[in-house]
Ligand binder design. Structure first.
Ligand code: AMP
Ligand code: FE
Ligand code: FE
Ligand code: ZN
Length: 291
């Protein structure tokens, strides 16, 4: 497949989730929705899995280019606390054994964490069922949005956003999961021929964020870019991320982080410049796919 030449005004969204993790559209529906939204390029970036790649490629509508990716659950042991962070990995070899094994380990850790979260809820008399939640994930990577759906079904909260409040999954019933050390994750993505971009690095409303000095250290071991335009970043935070990227010679991306009806954001809400996309494509080992 020869990569198609994109127009200068191409609309490129490099972060979206399907039912392979915590999105609500199947991979096939997701690529269809991306074409309907007028996108030229979409990256499918499910949490800790590449299971959505094949069905997305198989259903690729004419005119849409697919970037195969994943969003890897990482942690950094900071001086005061452990910080959770998300690493977008693009165009890597999904068969690379060490990375594939780590992703499988994190998916298993998510199930342990999910079941424990349900035990905590049940101990407080909240009637949610782990088998039902796991069934709701339908074989995809299970996450807190699936537990949020159970809280909605039980009539305890009105929305996913409310379920992520401090009274629920945001704090009271928030448990850590066994994520991948972020330096190891960057090295593994690079070793698998992929391109690593730090997702929403300043999204402080999700929890503690990492200092710029850590981002500089990650750049030194092969981090390629930073996601600047994201709905969880204020205009000032976006500007800060752009300035840091310029200082460290990192590329910048903008993306929707679309999750179907689990979030309100729409495909293409934020987009990436053609030049940044081309830097990613030039560095990855897996070609982009076009129908
Ligand atoms: P987990 O990966 O299981 O820790 O859950 C994190 C996921 O929950 C993120 O990838 C988002 O999809 C979702 N999420 C986090 N915060 C919120 C929020 N405030 N509203 C809706 N979804 C959220
Ligand atoms: Fe998610
Ligand atoms: Fe994320
Ligand atoms: Zn995401």
């Amino acid at each position: 497949m020869t990569p198609r030449t994109l127009p200068a005004a191409a609309r490129i969204d490099l972060h979206a989730h399907s039912t392979a993790s915590d999105g609500t559209l199947t991979p096939a529906e997701l690529v269809g929705a991306a074409a309907d939204a007028g996108l030229d390029v979409l990256a499918v970036t499910d949490h800790d899995t590449t299971d959505g790649w094949a069905p997305a490629v198989a259903a690729l509508p004419p005119g849409l280019t697919l970037v195969r990716g994943a969003e890897i659950s990482c942690r950094w042991g900071g001086p005061r606390q452990t910080v959770a962070l998300h690493l977008l990995a693009y165009l890597f070899d999904p068969q690379e054994p060490e990375l594939a094994a780590e992703l499988a380990r994190v998916r298993a850790a998510r199930e342990v964490r999910g079941e424990r979260t349900v035990e905590l809820l049940r101990a407080d008399g909240i009637d949610v069922s782990w088998p039902e939640i796991l069934a709701g994930a339908a074989g995809g990577t299970v996450g807190r949005p699936h537990i949020a759906q159970a809280l909605i079904r039980a009539g305890l909260v009105a929305s996913t956003a409310e379920a992520f409040g401090a009274a629920w999954l945001g704090e009271r019933y928030r448990l850590p999961k066994d994520d991948i050390d972020v330096f190891r994750a960057v090295r593994l993505v690079r070793a698998a021929g992929g391109v690593a971009v730090l997702a929403h690095p300043r999204a402080s409303r999700r929890g503690p964020i990492v200092p710029d000095s850590l981002i500089a250290e990650l750049a030194a071991v092969g981090l390629a870019g930073l996601e600047a335009d994201h709905e969880d970043h204020s205009p000032a935070e976006r500007a800060h991320v752009r300035a840091l990227a310029a200082e460290l010679d990192l590329l910048v991306t903008g993306s929707s982080d679309f999750h179907g009806t689990h979030k309100t954001v729409q495909l293409g809400a934020c987009t990436t410049a053609v030049a940044a996309y081309e830097r990613i494509v030039a560095s990855g080992v897996t070609p982009v796919a076009s129908a």
